[in-house]
Design a binder for this molecule. Structure first.
Ligand code: FAD
Length: 335
């Protein structure tokens, strides 16, 4: 018999450290438990939670929260060059990366130290230091929340994009990812160190997957605020894609604006630069603030409510829009 905990604070389960109450709460350790939990929750809404590193709670939840906690890593296939690894959704992402590095399986090293669970990684196609999840994704298994059937999705069906996938758009709320299968390379393989900071950090070191992973860990620890010390959800906004013609108009006033070519007619602009140029870096409204070193990271200095962080985000969006005619899109899931 499944036991739901009643009226549980979600403060320990989200990296912003926002204190909201969920009516019911259960840790999910298997597909069977997940199916039973959905059946028992038929009359109330439910939500899926992994590591809580990409959510911002703005109110108490009159429903059930399912914490994905199913574990297991198995090699399902291998040849001389590749290995297919099937990982349960509740595994911690970085622990999985460490497992790969230890076993000399390459492809995932640039994604070291990203917080959260394996099951949530495809949702926004996590990415860092020039690599996205889609480059190592083979398939995932997901449970249909209506008829409780299991379906396998290949990369094409996931429709991955920049910080997005079908699970964040068309299929949102319809499937729960129960496991993810990755295709990794047995070394030696091509290592991606074109990303500026990574190249500099590695200097003369051999670009092995171990050294790349360690460089990424060092850079991240020196740059990003640790959620255990100060509540945050990583990058709060996506880096906007703008047309070349808009860029040219902005460059007349701000010739120094950084930009990276994305496609024929579009460039990517660092959202952090836009926010910093408006003087928001290091500012705070009560306990909601913009990090002192990273303008892209909104933080909870202690007891900020989710709604206060959202209000600050809206203020930033409106200021950026007014000055640059760019609409910043929020990356974090506001709940
Ligand atoms: C300090 C910091 C640094 C970060 N750096 C990066 C970075 O470099 N690159 C990057 O891409 N992201 C980054 N993030 C964002 C975050 O780590 C990722 O988005 C991560 O994949 C979220 O995983 P999670 O388990 O915490 O998801 P959660 O926050 O628990 O959930 C996120 C969303 O996915 C849904 N969800 C979770 N699990 C499942 C599942 N199994 N099935 C269906 N839906 C599910 C939830 O309902 C929610 O809508 C960072 C966050 C922090 C706090």
């Amino acid at each position: 018999m499944l036991e739901f905990r009643e009226k549980v604070s979600l403060k320990p389960y989200n990296t912003f450290g926002v204190d909201v109450i969920t009516q019911k709460f259960i840790a999910i350790d298997s597909i069977d438990t997940l199916k039973k939990a959905i059946t028992l929750s038929k009359k109330m809404p439910f939500r899926i939670l992994g590591g809580g590193s990409n959510v911002l709670f703005t109110e108490n939840f009159d429903g059930a929260t399912f914490l994905m906690n199913n574990k297991g890593i198995i090699i399902s296939n291998e040849d001389d060059h590749h290995v297919l690894v099937e990982v349960q959704a509740g595994e911690n992402w970085h622990e999985f990366v460490v497992w790969c590095i230890k076993n000399n399986y390459g492809g995932v090293e640039n994604l070291s130290l990203i917080p959260g669970s394996v099951g949530a990684a495809p949702i926004q196609n996590i990415g860092a230091y020039g690599v996205e999840l889609k480059s190592i994704f083979y398939s995932c298994q997901a449970l249909n929340v209506i008829d409780l059937s299991l379906k396998k999705f290949n990369a094409q069906e996931c429709n991955f994009g920049y910080r997005t996938s079908a699970f964040k758009t068309d299929l949102k709320g319809k499937f729960i990812i129960t496991s993810v299968c990755f295709q990794l390379k047995k070394v030696p393989h091509e290592i991606k160190i074109s990303y500026g900071a990574l190249k500099v950090h590695l200097k003369d070191k051999l670009p092995s997957i171990q050294n790349v992973a360690q460089a990424v860990i060092d850079i991240r620890q020196s740059k990003l605020p640790d959620p255990k010390k100060i509540g945050n959800g990583g990058s709060f906004f996506k880096n906007p894609l703008v047309s070349n013609s808009l860029l040219k108009r902005i460059q007349k006033l701000y010739p120094e604006i950084p930009n990276y070519p994305n496609s024929d007619n579009q460039v990517k602009i660092p959202a952090g630069w836009l926010i910093e140029s408006l003087g928001f870096k290091g500012t705070r409204d009560g306990d909601a603030g913009v990090h002192k070193d990273q303008a892209l990271v909104l933080v909870n200095y202690g007891s900020a409510k989710g709604s206060e962080i959202v209000a600050l985000a809206k203020k930033i969006q409106s200021a950026v829009n007014q000055k640059f005619q760019i609409q910043l899109e929020i990356e974090v899931n506001i709940l």
